[in-house]
Write a protein that binds this ligand. Sequence first.
Ligand SMILES: C[S@@+](CC[C@H](N)C(=O)[O-])C[C@H]1O[C@@H](n2cnc3c(N)ncnc32)[C@H](O)[C@@H]1O
Length: 185
Amino acid sequence: MPAYDKERLFPPRVWRAVELTRKHGFPLACIPEVGRLLELCSGLRGMERLCELGTAYGVGAAWIESGMNRGATLFTVELDAGRAGAARNLFADNIAVEVATGDWSLALQRGPFDLLFSDGGPKRQPGDPEKLLPLLRPGGVLVLDDYTPGYGEDVSRQIWLENPAYRAVEVMLTSSSSAIVATRR
Ligand SMILES: C[S@@+](CC[C@H](N)C(=O)[O-])C[C@H]1O[C@@H](n2cnc3c(N)ncnc32)[C@H](O)[C@@H]1O
């Protein structure tokens, strides 16, 4: 990618996280369109306590950080100790971002949150929406990526779109990728 594109499209920390991700050959970092959505959501009025489940090398976290309001905090948790350590180094100069090592359920002790990005936690199985409820304040926003538009009535999206505890919508991000955005009622 030409340098001018990189500088225009990616906040500096996002680009450093992308480079870290590439260095480790990790294929599952969130795409820039998801990053933009996270950045937008994290800057909404009232977003104070933000959370990500599944940090990997920090791409999603860096997008969230780039949109965060003054005084807001991000708690992000990663099961893999190597990835968590690398991400912790990446955010070492920002005390508003805490990278924890462990299972997503660690976040239960820290919630509820105004924004939740579940990228390595409950997401696709029946019962997962209920597991995430304690992590979200009423009116809080949940982002779930990596859906395939037009895939039909698969369980992984119906559990959100038909759940009475949430208001949820599927939004197209690219021609081949969509996300679920939900709020807790
Ligand atoms: C899709 S990747 C996350 C990508 C990252 N959010 C980003 O934007 O670059 C999923 C991550 O979740 C982590 N993970 C898997 N199971 C987990 C669990 N039970 N608790 C916390 N993290 C988990 C994996 O190790 C992996 O790094």
